[in-house]
Ligand binder design. Structure first.
Ligand code: GLA
Length: 403
């Protein structure tokens, strides 16, 4: 946008915003369906964000305008309406209940760069940007120690208010990501470390264009299966585990004959995926791209066979990657049942690989998928405080080239 920060807000609501923030979407390098099992994940932020401007009102109305989804309005205390405003309203309610925001309505303007429904966390980025902008508009501090609590508040808003089951990974990485790094996060205690991503790697994302209605129901079903498997595993082993990620690979052989075969496959995915996350962090440190690629392919196989969350289109995109010399490895990323695939490509061959994948996909499925080429981006930030000048310039997305 070439207009000065906050001017779209001012022309719509008649006054300048009091808090403004942006937060990126994410791509998960590895560690899928491990977050709600207390395990490891290794996502990175992408160069596409949601931008939010906010100003509190004196009453309890929430009035929003989204450049992609239009106007929406609701009372702060009303139940979810099933529209996009539920996200900012939900996180405002969670934070207000925890005494971390005033219990007041607000005006809010959203500009989103992320595709919706593609599994790149447009909702987590909207939640994270709203949380930061609201805290800033309330004149409350934004110390980095508070970010884990904000991530939890975003997760709670999405799960309990909006009604979409989810783990903590997406808002956490949106708030904590560092440019040129992946974020190695242990979801049981939110301890994390930034892992440098070598310059020689480009992340190519391909949107299968498949948006299964199954996603929400399927996700909740997997979470239930894991909860049941945990109870069974604890009974068989006679120990308290806390979560499935407390299991090691050496315990799998003992569990296999004792567990229901479907539950065993879910457990095996979680346990082996945690091991792959650790192995990917090591391979990144050694810049061993061959090992990295194999681990991504192995993750996809586990998601296909043991966790059963892939689909024909994502399976095909991953399989086709093996035919492209510049691609080290690929996997589905996000919840699954459609959504996007991630392809790790040798720089500077990202655009060529994206084009080859898109054209081959068109040949196979009769339509050209959207593609993005990105490097790991920085996490959420204030874009300007109050009516004053920007604290930090809002990131644009010059190298997140849409294809
Ligand atoms: C969705 C959820 C995340 C995570 C992934 C699967 O993106 O929002 O919390 O569970 O699926 O890894």
């Amino acid at each position: 946008m070439s207009e000065p920060p906050g001017s779209a807000f001012a022309s719509r609501f008649g006054r300048a915003p009091a808090g403004s923030a942006c937060a990126p979407g994410r791509v998960n390098l590895i560690g899928e369906h491990t977050d709600y099992n207390g395990g490891w994940v290794l996502p990175a932020a992408i160069e596409l964000s949601s931008f939010v401007d906010v100003r509190f009102r004196s009453d309890r109305r929430v009035c929003g305008y989204s450049t992609s989804r239009g106007e929406a309005e609701a009372g702060l205390a009303e139940p979810a309406h099933g529209n996009w405003l539920d996200y900012p309203r939900g996180v405002a309610r969670v934070l207000a209940r925890a005494g971390r925001l005033p219990e007041r309505g607000f005006e809010l303007l959203v500009r989103g760069e992320l595709p919706e429904g593609a599994g790149l966390s447009s909702s987590a980025s909207l939640l994270a940007a709203s949380a930061l902008a609201l805290r800033s508009a309330a004149g409350l501090s934004l110390r980095s120690e508070e970010l884990p609590d904000l991530a939890r508040a975003c997760q709670r808003a999405e799960a309990a208010f909006v009604g979409t089951p989810c783990g903590v990974m997406d808002p956490f990485v949106s708030l904590h990501a560092a440019r040129a790094h992946g974020l190695l996060l242990r979801c049981s205690d939110l301890s994390f470390r930034q892992v440098p991503l070598p310059e020689a790697l480009q992340l190519v994302i391909v949107d299968s264009g498949v948006e299964h209605a199954l996603r929400t129901g399927g996700y909740a079903e997997r979470a239930r299966e894991c909860a049941q498997a945990l109870v069974e595993a604890q009974r068989v082993l006679g120990i308290e585990l806390g979560n499935l990620s407390a299991l090691g690979e050496e315990q799998l052989a003992g569990l296999e004959p004792a567990l229901d075969p479907l539950l065993f496959r879910r457990v095996r995915h979680v346990v082996t995926e945690n091991a792959r996350v650790a192995a990917v962090a090591l391979a990144l440190g050694r810049t061993d791209f061959e090992a990295l690629g194999s681990l991504l392919y192995a993750s996809h196989e586990s998601l296909r066979l043991d966790y059963a969350v892939t689909c024909d289109e994502t399976d095909w995109l991953v399989a086709h990657s093996r035919e492209l010399a510049a691609v080290f490895g690929a996997r589905m990323t996000g919840a699954g049942w459609g959504g996007c695939t991630l392809h790790l490509v040798r720089a500077p061959d990202g655009p060529g690989a994206a084009e080859a994948l898109a054209e081959a996909f068109r040949g196979r499925f009769g339509r050209r998928p959207r593609t993005w080429i990105t490097r790991a981006a920085a996490g959420a930030r204030l874009t300007h405080a109050g009516d004053g000048p920007p604290l930090e310039p809002a990131p644009r997305s010059p190298s997140a080239r849409a294809g």
